[in-house]
Design a binder for this molecule. Structure first.
Ligand SMILES: [Zn+2]
Length: 172
């Protein structure tokens, strides 16, 4: 399974909204649209472009990154949503997980490159790790660490220690 962070680095939330046929198709500035997961007379979901690359609904109090949005709108599991994105956007599989982890290490060391995925999704994914291969488990752990760091649940030093541990795990 491929990490949500990787999908976020490949596709914008605007592209996903368009492919799903939701949103207003307006210009790619921060904008407010009808929430795609419930009846919404007044647009209550905000699209955050750039590094944030996510949708947040003020009525639901929930947010979705590119994979999470596909899961929510299409009612798919994480693996099915990942397949949908691979196919819809004709993406090639990422082959360099150690490289991705190193990059995440660099980004915690300098400026934050937000690779946003919601905690709820991270938890769901961590339950899925049972029976998954080493690569997939490391990829999920990478997502969780990034999420925890971005939400300031852990500090930079802890994030770096965790990332180093994941990198060791994947190279073992
Ligand atoms: Zn909503």
């Amino acid at each position: 399974m491929i990490s949500a962070a990787w999908f976020s680095s490949q596709i914008t939330i605007f592209q996903v909204l368009e492919a799903l046929g939701v949103g207003d198709g307006g210009p790619e500035e921060t904008r407010q649209i009808a929430c795609p997961v419930h009846q919404d007379r007044r647009p209550s979901a905000r699209v955050y472009g750039g590094d944030e690359n996510r949708l947040y609904c003020f009525t639901c109090g929930r947010g979705w990154d590119v994979v999470g949005l596909v899961m929510a709108v299409q009612h798919l599991t994480y693996p099915a949503a990942a397949d949908w994105l691979m196919e819809t956007f004709n993406l090639g599989r990422p082959s360099d997980l150690p490289g991705q982890i190193r990059q995440a290490l660099l980004s915690t060391a300098t400026s934050i490159q937000p690779l946003f995925s919601m905690t709820e999704q991270a938890l769901r994914e961590s339950r899925l790790t049972m029976g998954c291969d080493r690569y997939t488990r490391a990829s999920m752990a990478l997502d969780v660490v990034q999420e925890l760091y971005l939400t300031k649940a852990i500090d930079r030093k802890t994030a770096q220690q965790d990332l180093t541990r994941i990198l060791r795990f994947v190279k073992r």
